[in-house]
Design a protein around this ligand. Structure first.
Ligand code: 3UK
Length: 508
């Protein structure tokens, strides 16, 4: 059982307790070039915590920016910041100087630890941000790099005491539109997510080897690839590059048992399975965007594994509606994770009956605390978080995703959810990926337009357009079919695997 102490630095228990219990020799984290046990990760984190406190002058409550791809060193830095009583502000590897500057000023970042491979944009950002006082680089050979300084420090560190409701991390939403928004999470939130979804839906064991693609700066990755494996004493593989091909090869190489990635990555891996031995794999988790029934079936047919879908959000730290393998239902996200409640509300905030589409509201042990107040007022009502998703709850209590509320297509008086049309298209054997949006139309207000990426070997011509349109009409209400359909080589996606619908709209 995880302790839940009010006084101690509780998030560090995920790491320290294994060493205290004499299990420090268990494998903990590995990357391409190195492999650490729990005791070794603890020693690295402790040494870095000394550098933060003794040399960089970090005091409790300071916000420390972390920037790096997924590596064991990045994990050590994360725990070092927490151990020092500071607040981790992890940033997505692809952010540019301008976006980093926004994060630094919004989160009032005073210190930074940055992977030497990602130094350039960070140095540009620092030049514009007076508040950022000190920065060190890790995975650097330099004599004044983080490793060189840490090597001279003791391996023991007395964790700085924090309260369970002290802020442990500030996570920025991936922002499919607009500027990044920061959300704060307490030490107890870190513990709460370890005790909710993994225990009831994933059910990992100490022998599991976790792997996946989401960056540690994305809370899906932080939980799935660091906190959850450590909460059960399992091990994790951190990949710097996790394209579908690289992920597939790494699953085979490391004999991974639990995989976390987005639906688009499962779709890309499925046809390639002949290339890798996936017999080690036992559980696969999909999150970040809706999992179409066709993708669930594709993966099940290819591997025999029932995907575990879950909707999570940066605002709520991790997954709050999901299921275990036995509870999987085609086309539904699942039911509220024990500890959370969820309902579907109308425009006035009244709970809607089964079958009706409205706004998803969620309440649970983790909640949304935006850095900016005006956001908080619009998105949190009486402790209920409005996620910005349109959902319905079916007669059996399953929550069925429709679309982001601002992505609903209104065409000729009908409300049409793009993801439902995408699901229908994905069931066709020629379709590898697709995105469906509403585009302006004089007569109908909007029309449904599909952007389709074909599987290898197929040619997008007028005949195939017609075939796909007829295919959609035959599987869902005909008025939802895409009146416009364009073939594309790729679709615009965020670093977290989300389709950027606004860019599709702009480009048509
Ligand atoms: C969408 C989904 C349907 C949905 C996240 C797992 O994605 C995560 O956080 P973000 O803040 O985005 C949140 C929004 O993404 N979404 C995520 N998962 C699903 N829609 N089905 C899903 N399974 O619009 C939600 O509001 O980037 C996911 C764990 C931690 C996370 N932060």
């Amino acid at each position: 059982e995880l302790q839940f102490s009010a006084q101690l630095n509780c998030a560090t228990e995920l790491l320290d307790r294994w060493v205290e219990q004499g299990q420090g020799d268990r494998p903990c984290v590995r990357g391409a070039k190195l492999q650490w046990t729990y005791a070794q990760l603890q020693a690295e984190a402790n040494r870095i915590a000394h550098v933060l406190v003794d040399e960089m002058g970090v005091v409790p409550g300071n916000r420390v920016l972390l920037r790096g791809s997924n590596t064991p060193q990045m994990a050590a830095c994360w725990f070092a910041v927490i151990k020092a009583g500071a607040i981790a502000v992890a940033t997505m590897p692809l952010l540019r100087a301008k976006e980093l500057g926004q994060v630094i000023s919004k989160a009032e970042v005073s210190h930074a630890l940055c992977d030497a491979n990602l130094a350039e944009e960070m140095q540009l950002a620092q030049a514009q941000c007076a508040g950022l006082k000190q920065m060190l680089f890790f995975r650097s050979e330099a004599a004044d790099g983080l490793e060189a300084r840490a090597a001279a420090k003791p391996v023991q560190f007395t964790n700085v005491n924090t309260a369970s409701d002290d802020v442990a991390l500030i996570a920025f939403t991936s922002g499919t539109t607009g500027a990044p928004k920061g959300t704060m999470h307490f030490h107890r939130d870190v513990m709460a997510i370890c005790r909710c979804w993994p225990v009831h839906c994933l059910k990992p064991v100490a022998e599991d080897i976790f792997i996946g693609s989401p960056p540690l700066a994305f809370t899906f990755g932080l939980g799935g690839l660091l906190l959850f494996p450590m909460s059960v004493g399992a091990s994790t593989v951190l990949l710097e590059k996790a394209s579908p091909d690289a992920l597939l090869a790494a699953i085979a190489q490391y004999k991974a048992t639990v995989c976390f990635t987005a639906p688009t990555s499962y779709r890309a891996m499925a046809p390639q399975l002949g290339k890798a031995d996936l017999t080690s794999l036992r559980k696969c988790v999909s999150a970040g965007e809706a999992l179409p029934a066709a993708t669930r079936k594709l993966w099940k047919d290819a591997t025999g594994i029932e995907l575990i879908d879950g909707i999570g959000a940066t605002e709520l730290l991790h997954i709050f509606i999901s299921h275990d393998e036995a509870g999987a239902r085609h086309g539904a996200t699942g039911k509220p994770v024990p500890g959370y409640r969820a309902c579907v509300l109308d425009e006035e905030g009244q709970v809607l009956p089964a079958g009706q589409v409205g706004r998803l509201a969620v309440k649970g042990p983790t909640g949304c605390r935006y850095l900016a107040d005006e956001r908080q007022r619009g998105y949190v009502l009486n402790g209920w978080n409005l996620t910005g998703d349109a959902y319905l709850q079916d007669e059996d209590g399953y929550f069925v995703y429709q679309a982001r509320t601002d992505d609903m297509i209104i065409s000729g008086g009908y409300n049409i959810a793009g993801p439902e049309v995408e699901s229908a298209l994905l069931a066709h054997p020629t379709v590898a990926e697709c995105g469906v949006v509403g585009v302006p139309d004089e007569e109908r207000g909007q029309i449904v337009k599909a952007f389709v990426v074909l599987r290898e070997g197929f040619v997008g011509d007028a005949e195939l357009v017609k075939t796909l349109q007829d295919f959609v009409k035959a599987s869902i209400a005909p008025y939802k079919y895409p009146r416009a359909l364009e073939f594309r080589a790729t679709l615009p996606r965020t670093e977290t695997g989300k389709l950027q619908r606004f860019r599709l709209k702009q480009s048509s």
